[in-house]
Design a protein around this ligand. Structure first.
Ligand code: GP9
Ligand code: MN
Length: 661
């Protein structure tokens, strides 16, 4: 590259040989890609560090691909270079056009279902092409011109040396790029939460390579499985089914189901006071309301997929994957999920979320699950004032959602995903009058209380709004904290919060106790109360379905009805740790729940518990990794045709319809 820059001083020498042409191709392509990132995609780049990563991310792929031209000798060298440039330009341009319509990037699955996508695109494709799009092929034209007019000598003898050099350079540049990206956004590849993020950090071309690897892996796992694999899972699930309690079964039949994901809401905040002020007064009152089932031993079971894992569990009653997120890596799997089950008994199922639809690949996953509507950021007023980090603040979110909800045919299923109480929890001036307490030396922990208070107040307003709009009495409102908010990085401050003595450290046992998240089912008019059963997120679905009068015995689920006398109270975490009413198993050791003390040896029955947890996680992994639900259809269930569902950019009329009060 440096040699090339030097040669620019003497233009006659610019095309000394193929190496100069290669360098020119890399530079032009680099700038073109960067220009496209800045002008065509909404990548949400913030701060100079992210700007820098965005700037450098096209380099590695440009060197890698153009470097392949050194594989050839003679005329083949420049022809290959031009061909590669055309192919990459075409790919970039295809992404641009696709993004203009779908607000999303091309992926292998979207190409494989191209017929379907093309159908929706074809009507508007002309409107998506702009006159200035020719600039996306400008470098191709320039290179073409030089190759035709100014034939540069080729590199004959050392071409393989050059090839190796550039492949090596490309890998190094990529590793630097990835390293910087990981610094800014840890676990970028293993969590891979949003295509937008991957493109922002790694660029469209590296993203494509990543996408191809992920999907090929998944397809290979699929191809190796067969219908016999499901038999063992079926037997396991049937043997572990918990009969519903007749006192509760069908108690909420026909009611609307409102299922609210409370971002990062841990259970320790319930009844917690700072400076004599209740942090969550509304939830506290709900927890004592005789119409609320409040589970005070409820644990989240999420893995790297965070919010999406929690969603996945309450939609399917299966565990998330040990690595990555089902929503991202297995979105094409066959599902027999909550929305489809409810649709088939006359419900209309919807998701409300004030963030963009590509986050956690939701727009693909919801198609497999059969959600009728996905009201994402496009439907909300995403003004500066209304938003913070990931999207819409909870007060406007609930408020605008009720306006939409009123228009839905009943009974409906509304899954609502809140956002404000997300790490690092800072609220804007004027959002709440609850002060940030100076309880600990850790500002994240202190701010958590304020942000929880904001969420609590938003919920209260939502309940009032439901009442005012006649949507309260005929609904059940299920609320769950999706995962922890305060990670173990904040143990020192948390030790103080949970009342440890000065200098006393948090133990693994304490950390597990803090994985309790809020879980309540508020059912107006239904006799409920506090319930101390141990349970987790996989247990949500059977509990709700039984309350709605739908028996889950034919579904392959890993959870059991929390209200059933036969409910399994061993709650596995994704890594094989678990809790039960008596013991906590963490880091290969048992702790006594009463004393919090580590047991010197495994208690009686301990091994059996460990094995049962392993087996349950394995069964779930089998279903997900091998896509086994395609070989099993529950009696009376109609398989979901994912092609029938799509969450396109809403038209003006649709927006007007849903947004008017
Ligand atoms: C983003 C929201 C937050 O849409 O679901 O995701 P998280 O980081 O909690 O998984
Ligand atoms: Mn979350």
């Amino acid at each position: 590259m440096l040699t090339f820059i030097k040669t620019l001083k003497n233009p006659k020498q610019v095309f000394k040989n193929h190496y100069s042409l290669f360098s020119l191709a890399v530079i032009l392509f680099w700038f073109k890609s960067y220009f496209a990132y800045q002008t065509e995609f909404k990548l949400g780049v913030e701060g100079w560090f992210q700007q820098f990563i965005l700037l450098i991310n096209p380099i590695s792929s440009a060197i890698l691909f153009f470097g392949l031209s050194f594989l050839f000798k003679g005329k083949g060298q420049s022809r290959m270079l031009i061909f590669i440039n055309f192919a990459l330009s075409f790919w970039l341009y295809a992404n641009i056009v696709y993004y203009r319509f779908y607000n999303d990037f091309l992926t292998l699955p979207s190409l494989l279902s191209a017929q379907d996508n093309a159908g929706q695109l074809s009507g508007s494709v002309m409107a998506l092409l702009k006159w200035y799009d020719i600039t996306y092929f400008a470098d191709f034209l320039i290179l073409f011109y030089f190759v035709r007019k100014k034939k540069a000598p080729t590199i004959e003898k050392d071409n393989i040396v050059y090839l190796k050099r550039y492949l090596f350079t490309a890998i190094c540049v990529f590793l630097i790029n990835l390293g910087l990206a990981e610094m800014d956004r840890p676990q970028l590849l293993s969590r891979s939460f949003d295509r937008n993020y991957l493109v922002k950090y790694l660029g469209t071309y590296n993203f494509t390579i990543y996408d191809i690897i992920q999907n090929t892996k998944s397809m290979a796992q699929n191809a190796l499985a067969n219908s016999e694999d499901v038999v063992a899972v079926e037997n396991y699930v049937k043997a572990n089914y918990a009969e519903p309690d007749p006192n509760y079964f069908g108690k909420a039949k026909g009611r609307n189901l409102i299922l609210i994901s409370l971002e990062s809401l841990q259970n320790f905040v319930i009844d917690y006071k700072v400076n004599d002020m209740e942090v969550s007064p509304f939830l506290n009152s709900l927890s004592k309301d005789s119409n609320t089932f409040y589970f005070d031993n409820f644990f989240h079971q999420t893995g790297q997929g965070k919010t999406s894992d929690a969603e996945f569990m309450n939609d399917t009653s299966l565990f998330p994957m040990s690595q990555g997120a089902v929503y991202v890596n297995k979105a094409q799997n066959v599902q027999q999920a909550l929305p489809a089950i409810l649709n088939q008994v006359g419900y209309n199922s919807n998701v409300f979320h004030g963030n963009y639809k590509t986050f956690w690949n939701r727009n693909e996953m919801y198609r497999s699950m059969g959600y009728n509507n996905f009201f994402d950021a496009e439907y909300y007023n995403m003004t500066e004032e209304n938003t913070k980090n990931y999207g819409l603040k909870d007060v406007p979110f609930f408020d605008e959602s009720v306006t939409i909800m009123k228009k839905l045919p009943q009974p409906f299923f509304a899954k609502m995903i809140t956002l404000s109480n997300h790490f690092p929890f800072g609220m804007d001036e004027g959002d709440t009058d609850f002060p940030v307490p100076e309880l600990t030396d850790d500002s994240v922990v202190n701010q958590y209380f304020q942000s929880v208070h904001y969420l609590d107040d938003a919920l209260k307003q939502f309940f009032d709004n439901l009442k005012a709009n006649g949507l309260y009495d005929n609904s059940i409102i299920v609320m769950y904290g999706d995962h922890y908010g305060i990670s173990s990085n904040h143990d020192e401050a948390m030790a103080k919060v949970i009342g440890k003595e000065e200098g006393e450290e948090m133990t693994p046992f304490d950390e597990i106790q803090l994985q309790r998240t809020v879980f309540m089912i508020h059912a107006p008019g239904i006799k409920a109360g506090v319930n101390h059963n141990y349970a987790g997120e996989v247990d949500i679905r059977p509990t709700i379905l039984h309350l709605l009068g739908i028996d889950t015995k034919n579904y392959l689920e890993m959870g059991s009805d929390m209200l059933s006398p036969e409910h399994n109270q061993i709650v596995p975490f994704r890594n094989g740790d678990f809790v039960s009413p008596q013991y906590t198993f963490v880091g290969e050791k048992f702790y006594d729940n009463l004393t919090g003390e580590k047991l010197p040896e495994n208690p009686e029955g301990g091994e059996v518990m460990i094995e049962s947890v392993k087996e349950r996680l394995n069964m779930s992994d089998e279903i997900i990794e091998k896509n086994l639900l395609r070989f099993y259809t529950p009696a009376g269930f109609l398989p979901v045709d994912r092609q029938k569902y799509n969450y396109l950019k809403p038209t003006e009329e649709k927006l007007k319809f849903y947004k008017t009060k």
